[in-house]
Design a protein around this ligand. Structure first.
Ligand code: PEP
Length: 253
């Protein structure tokens, strides 16, 4: 674990107005632990990034975006570029969340382009991978995840890989209240590190933060985060409540 950062990141999805963003920050401030043991990130809707950067300024909280578009600029109505995010003070960006793959047509190819766009702009991508229930039941989880990881990292140098975070999020566990067991999470996270090792070697592989995501909450976080290759969490629902978010941060200690 000493080779890599533990990262606890909230994924707010399409939740909270700018006003509610400020309220969350105010409520979090007095209860946020010093948390030397992990980096704390909140990923917020694009329209609330400026508000979040200001609201969390004096806290040990980095701001993340939930998506970007991979082109530098131009006629892409409604989209937001990596440089725009970087300029606002964004540090992390979630790439390829299963909801984006499911509802917004993201593919391994667009995920790869977005990873490059993020890295080129100096953002740290949180790359999401995960299998469906159907795939798990068919016994193809390992192959599927390895393919997603390899596809997302095509053309990424070892130096750049050190800036990447991988989030293992089994689709069947997201927002369902069904958490992967600690063994299931550990098994896949360990397999992801093995895939990275096969591509980049052991030294690089041990430096990469691999998160688990999927109904992580204050009661299951400690066990999940105790697994050797689970280096943090990407948290949806529970991250919307300051006290629950803090409890998960403390569980990472
Ligand atoms: C997520 O969408 O990244 C997630 C893990 O959501 P939840 O914690 O609500 O399952």
């Amino acid at each position: 674990r000493r080779y890599r950062k533990t990262i606890i990141a909230g994924n707010w999805k399409m939740n909270k107005t700018a006003t509610e963003t400020k309220q969350f920050a105010e409520e979090l401030k007095p209860i946020l632990p010093k948390a030397k043991w992990c980096d704390v990130v909140v990923c917020v809707p694009a329209c609330n990034i400026s508000t979040a950067v200001r609201a969390f300024k004096d806290m040990r909280v980095s701001i993340g975006a939930e998506n970007l578009y991979y082109e530098k600029s131009g006629a892409y109505t409604g989209e937001v570029s990596a440089d725009m995010l970087k300029d606002l003070g964004v540090k992390y960006v979630i790439i390829g969340h299963s909801e984006r793959r499911q509802y917004f047509g993201e593919t391994d190819a667009t995920v790869s382009k977005k990873v490059h766009a993020a890295l080129d702009a100096g953002l740290l991508p949180i790359i999401c991978v995960g299998e469906s229930l159907e795939q798990r039941e068919a016994g193809i989880t390992a192959e599927w995840i390895a393919l997603q990881v390899k596809s997302a990292l095509v053309g990424v140098s070892a130096d750049k890989l050190r800036k990447c975070v991988i989030a293992y999020e089994p689709i069947w566990a997201i927002g369902t209240g069904k958490t992967a067991t600690a063994e299931q999470a550990a098994e896949v996270c360990t397999a992801i590190r093995a895939t990275i090792r096969s591509l980049y070697g052991a030294r690089v592989a041990r430096s990469v933060t691999i998160q688990y995501g999927g109904s992580m909450n204050p009661s299951n976080a400690a066990e999940l985060l105790a697994q050797p290759d689970v280096d943090g969490g990407l948290i949806g629902g529970a991250a919307l409540v300051p006290q629950k978010f803090v409890d998960i941060i403390n569980a990472a200690n």
